[in-house]
Write a protein that binds this ligand. Sequence first.
Ligand SMILES: [Fe+2]
Ligand SMILES: [Fe+2]
Length: 278
Amino acid sequence: MKVLHLSDVHVDVPWTAFPRAGFAFPKRLLGGANLALNRKRAFRDARDKLRDLSRFRREQGIDLVICTGDLTALGTVPELEAAREAIAPLTDAPAGFVVIPGNHDVYVSDSVGHFDRIFAGLVDDGPYPRVRIVDDEVAVVQLNSARPNPQPWRSSGRVSDDQLAKLPAIFESLGDRFVFIALHYGLRLENGEPDRFSHGLVNADEVLRACASVRGAILHGHIHQRFQLRVPGVTPPIYCAGSTTEAGHEGFWVYEVVDGTLSAMPGTYRDGHYRFIE
Ligand SMILES: [Fe+2]
Ligand SMILES: [Fe+2]
């Protein structure tokens, strides 16, 4: 089973597509200014890149694609619709496509609820944790760690107590399968330190404890830098895809699970094409 992990594609739309009423939220107004000044240029080619990533997926015989959130910048309906269209070439992988929201997809309160509606047919039903049983060997457990942060200075996440309470029974039910645990927020920075309170997963330690003995891997995005990490006392390795489309920092992973054993290959984007790092 070959798995492509992408994240934080932040698909761009023209300014004219943004609903004006959405800028009544101070958070989105400031986020829009940041988008104009900094981010828009970096994600300008996201759609073209996703088309090339689809080529890479076919050429590499990828079975399953997992996207760990932040498909938009400001969580508006036109952006979510543009992101759904932009990822379409990646969604027909033979073993499926798994997607969860990032904090930018639920940016402010008027964003909530649209993700499941617009990504219907790709997202799994029901409350989180959502479980995708891919086959007898592999399953994907999806945690929702993203929430609106009305304060402009905050972009933190949290996995609800309710989700954490359900995890032991879910892991038990998956038997011997290799379990990919997908969430948007990272559990540690690349150097192993906790992320800042205003930017990271506020209950990262609880999530690590809940997943500590799982035979699998933890996949996330949010931090726009691809890296892998092991946390002492935690069995599954942690992989951050970074941003798959941010100019100059493009990252992704391809995992292969053979007889329950994982190998991971880092990828990047050079000269107009996605490729493995040699
Ligand atoms: Fe992001
Ligand atoms: Fe994020």
